[in-house]
Design a protein around this ligand. Structure first.
Ligand code: ADP
Length: 473
């Protein structure tokens, strides 16, 4: 079977969060299962672009509203990723340093989607399935089915995976002129609450809709930033498939970003050496428990609760602890986290940036990883932490609930709490602090976590089953 993934991110070309990890791993594992999986994404100006060689495979132009868009599709030539990677280059529109966050993101991602379809309609061989990811690519099923220019690809089945339903790509109706000539009787498919809502449109038009954990799919039926009734209405074609992790990238035994490689057998020594490096770098006491938080500093991740919760935990615990934050996001949260630094010198540090290498070192060296998320579709951080023997301290929500069992429950290994609140975070941090001196128990939990099977293998196969079982292909 041949699958074409269309995504705004794909690791290692460009990643802002979990979507990048998924789009970089799922195709690789689908290839390993004997299928042909390809990825097409926008061409940004990233390190990977300049460090690799590319060939031009297609060049054309189209009009979008009143402007002409010239685009080129290029293909990475070494095939070192384990799948074919194609990028759409649109001069002045896509070729920027950041992935998102520009005023013209609507124009950027609409032009990207149209370019993909212009190319696909001319491509001499066609994929069996087009698998789109999140709102940046969710207009594709609609355009394939309803734009006159794409009639020759209108029967190719489509799957939409919702990695995060909070962001929907809303566009006002004036921008409908961007979409290549379409059957205007179908305007209702684009509309949700009087605006064009690409995510809602994708849910209506795709043959199958998935999200990244079964728990999150259940939650979406109740709360989906305004789309809950749509998820309920379309429930028959919706399902949740948990994300896996790429064992080639996230393996403490081979990870080149970390100081000392280790496995289940020497996890204690290995973690201690990696922890020492972090403690030396950030001036922490090696003997104290080390907590970390890695992620976008936004409301969804409950990052706004961290400053007060961390301060309260320091005030209320007899045993001190170290806390290292890595992330960037809302300026007020960044500032409040930075302000804690003066008060807890030698115990606390916030590193406001995106830093792939440091994130690996933190998963390897930390004792505990905190994730108090308000919304967590799957969450990959807790899976990486567990693979590196770090105990996840998580709120019971979405994919966190599906992947972490509290250590006091049967077969458990992590710490879970119910509410995204300062009180629950402080209480859970204190539970972790009391677990820390129990070395034997901690060693057992680490070994259990590291032995869990969280690779993409099973989940990649579930996607193949979905394409097949739904008789799409
Ligand atoms: P999201 O909602 O952001 O997609 P996920 O848990 O699904 O959350 O994935 C987050 C991914 O992004 C993980 O690979 C995590 O390590 C990475 N990440 C998040 N913030 C940073 C950062 N500041 N530096 C490095 N990696 C980060």
């Amino acid at each position: 079977m041949e699958i074409l993934h269309v995504s705004a991110e794909c690791y290692p070309m460009a990643k802002a969060g979990g979507l990048g990890d998924v789009a970089g791993a799922l195709p690789k594992y689908q290839q390993k299962l004997g299928h042909v999986a390809k990825v097409v994404m926008p061409m940004y100006r990233t390190k990977f672009l300049y460090a690799n060689t590319w060939e031009v495979v297609h060049k054309a132009a189209f009009s979008m509203g009143n402007r002409q868009i010239d685009f080129t599709v290029i293909k990475e030539t070494s095939n070192k990723l384990g799948f074919d990677l194609y990028c759409v280059d649109i001069y002045g529109l896509l070729d920027r340093e950041k992935i998102y966050g520009y005023d013209d993101d609507t124009e950027r991602f609409t032009a990207f989607q149209i370019s993909v379809l212009e190319w696909l309609a001319k491509w001499e061989h066609k994929p069996d399935v087009v698998h789109v990811h999140d709102h940046h690519t969710a207009l594709i099923p609609f355009m394939m089915q309803n734009c006159f220019a794409y009639r020759n690809i209108s029967k190719i089945p489509t799957v939409l995976t919702v990695h995060n339903a909070q962001y929907q790509g809303w566009m006002n109706w004036e921008k409908a002129t961007y979409i290549p000539a379409w059957d205007t009787w179908k305007w209702g498919l684009l509309d949700w609450s009087n605006v064009i809502n690409p995510l809602a449109c994708g849910i209506k038009c795709a043959d199958r809709v998935t999200t990244v954990s079964p728990g999150y799919m259940q939650e979406l039926m109740l709360e989906a930033n305004g789309l809950e009734s749509l998820f309920t209405q379309e429930a028959a074609k919706c399902s949740g498939i948990i994300n896996g992790i790429d064992y080639e990238v996230w393996n403490p035994l081979t990870d080149t970003y970390i100081l000392d490689n280790f496995s289940e057998k020497d996890v204690e020594e290995g973690k201690q050496l990696n922890k020492k490096k972090l403690c030396d770098d950030f001036d922490f006491d090696l003997a104290l428990p080390l907590f970390v938080f890695i992620g976008r500093l936004v409301n969804e991740k409950a990052a706004d609760l961290l400053p007060e919760a961390i301060a309260k935990a320091y005030e209320q615990s007899e045993t001190k602890f170290s806390f290292l934050i890595l992330g960037s996001g809302e300026p007020e949260v960044e500032q409040a986290l930075g302000a804690l630094q003066q008060r807890w010198v030698g115990y606390y540090h916030s590193q406001i940036e995106y830093n792939e290498k440091l994130s690996h070192q933190m998963y390897a060296g930390a004792d505990f990883l905190l994730m108090p998320s308000r919304v967590e579709p799957c969450g990959l951080n807790q899976l990486y932490a567990m693979r590196y023997g770090t105990v996840p301290v998580v709120r019971s929500i979405g994919g966190l609930k599906d992947t972490v069992i509290d250590f006091e429950d049967e077969g458990g290994y992590g710490i879970r709490f119910n509410r995204a609140s300062v009180e629950d975070i402080v209480y859970s941090v204190r539970r972790a602090i009391s677990l820390y001196p129990e070395k034997k128990k901690l060693r057992r939990l680490r070994k259990t976590m590291m032995g869990l099977s969280t690779s993409w293998e099973q989940s990649a196969a579930k996607y193949i089953d979905l394409y097949k079982a739904t008789s799409l292909v």
